[in-house]
Design a protein around this ligand. Structure first.
Ligand SMILES: NC(=O)c1ccc[n+]([C@@H]2O[C@H](COP(=O)([O-])OP(=O)(O)OC[C@H]3O[C@@H](n4cnc5c(N)ncnc54)[C@H](O)[C@@H]3O)[C@@H](O)[C@H]2O)c1
Length: 420
């Protein structure tokens, strides 16, 4: 199988080196005169473990050919687009190089007609929504051949190893585009299991991974700065924190759902930020968690109000399932905001929270809520679900999974992000 690689920078040359190792024929396309000349002279213009040797060998034994652009006599079975996608001045992604490649491919596809069967695979990092935007711009190309996004997860310094053992392999495809046939064959030959997902998911996955890594680094550095200012050892704190692979380094708390609440997370995050302020330290990430959480409450309220509901049922008012603790529960903030937005009737239901049984802060919180106009507590799940025109499910309590048959209203499942 002949593979074309557009852009012979870090990603393109690593990809070419790895494909050469697995005996694919590679044609590399590069617009930089300097790099082009260097490669044509048999040199590799970058330093990355294993890459230089493989590229130099490929150039000398003919496994790798370098050209300025696709020639209609030697059209590859697949082209991998590995060109740069830098930030523009405002941070947005500059897709000029990707568009230039697609423009040249569309021109050849038009020239060759049906005989052009080269699959187009974007490996450059692009923002969510890019593939569908490009499909409108390059309609003809997208109708004729498979054009997909296959995110690259390699890291410089261990690029070849990461190419052969990526953390995951996903192909992002548009529903109405021809499906890829050669790319799956190439991945199988590389021994990679893959998953085909919606293009926006694949695009957001790549952005999400990089943002998550950036958040992790920033979080560790914020903890380190504060602990150091207090005379402690931040490295030791993070060593112990990362030893917890149940709650800390795991998939827990990493699904979109309800805002956080309860008696600990809001209080202690606030205290952490206050401690930093008093130590004259800026901790923008941890310090802004509360703002982010409040934004999420506002977002849910807006989504609910888009349905213009008059009578709402809120299922679950404790801050999470399996407890009767309502302290700083996001349900309370949401109910209060909805009451202030003049929703006529809000019924509250919770299997564990009973107004006559709760005490202390929980009682005060509940009394405050029940004093709002139109807010009522009810244990009669059947009747309130029947009467409501919207149901908000805050908890993943299994008992809420089968709502009464009488419930005809839309269910916004905050806990599982359904209808949000
Ligand atoms: N570098 C990494 O570690 C890494 C990892 C994963 C993903 N990515 C993504 O991969 C993409 C490429 O990154 P990189 O670090 O290899 O970039 P790079 O700048 O090293 O290489 C890009 C190359 O593309 C060439 N190019 C531009 N337009 C071209 C065209 N029309 N035809 C042929 N060549 C063209 C440039 O001259 C350059 O040599 C980016 O979107 C980046 O975000 C990078």
């Amino acid at each position: 199988m002949k593979i074309g690689v557009f852009g012979l920078g870090y990603v393109g040359l690593t990809t070419s080196a790895c494909l050469l190792q697995r005996s694919f024929e590679v044609i590399g396309y590069e617009v930089s005169e300097e790099k082009f000349r260097s490669l044509r002279q048999g040199n590799c213009p970058l330093s990355e473990p294993g890459v230089r040797e493989a590229i130099v060998r490929g150039l000398s034994d003919g496994g790798l050919v370098v050209a300025r652009g696709v020639d209609r006599e030697t059209i590859p079975d697949i082209v991998l687009i590995c060109v740069g996608t830098p930030n523009q001045g405002d941070g947005q992604t500059d897709l000029t190089a990707v568009r230039n490649v697609l423009k040249s491919l569309q021109a050849i596809a038009t020239e060759c007609g049906d005989s052009f069967a080269c699959e187009v695979v974007i490996r450059s990092t692009v923002p969510p929504g890019t593939l569908s935007t490009l499909a409108r711009e390059f309609e003809r190309l997208f109708q004729q051949v498979a054009v997909v996004f296959y995110p690259e997860f390699l890291r410089e310094g261990s690029a070849m190893k990461d190419f052969f053992q990526p953390p995951q392999t996903v192909i992002g495809a548009l529903a109405d585009s021809p499906p890829p046939r050669n790319l799956p064959l190439m991945l199988t030959a590389l021994g990679l299991d893959y998953e085909i997902v919606d293009s926006v998911v694949a695009e957001a996955l790549k952005f999400g991974c990089n943002a998550f890594h950036a958040v992790k680094v920033s979080f560790a550095n914020e903890v380190g700065r504060l602990v150091a200012r207090l005379g402690g050892d931040g490295t030791e704190v993070m060593r112990l924190l990362t030893k917890d692979t149940d709650l800390n380094i795991s998939a827990k708390y990493l699904l979109p759902g309800a805002p956080y609440g309860g008696s600990c997370l809001p209080k202690d995050t606030r205290a952490f930020a206050a401690l930093a302020r008093s130590a004259e330290l800026e901790l923008p990430l941890i310090g802004n968690c509360e703002t982010s959480n409040r934004e999420h409450v506002d977002f849910i309220v807006e989504q609910v109000m888009n349905h213009a509901p008059e009578k709402i049922v809120v299922l679950g008012i404790a801050f999470k399932r399996d407890t009767d603790d309502v302290r700083e529960s996001p349900s309370l903030s949401i109910i209060q905001a909805l009451a202030e937005r003049s929703v006529k009737q809000i019924w509250i239901h919770d299997f564990l929270v009973q107004p006559e049984q709760v005490m202390g802060v929980n009682k005060r919180e509940l009394d405050r809520l029940l004093a709002l106009d139109g807010v009522t507590f009810s244990n009669d799940l059947n009747s309130i679900c029947e009467a409501a025109d919207l149901t908000i499910l805050m908890h993943s309590d299994r008992r809420y999974q089968n709502l009464p048959a009488s419930a005809k209203s839309t269910v916004i499942d905050v806990s599982r992000w359904l209808n949000l």
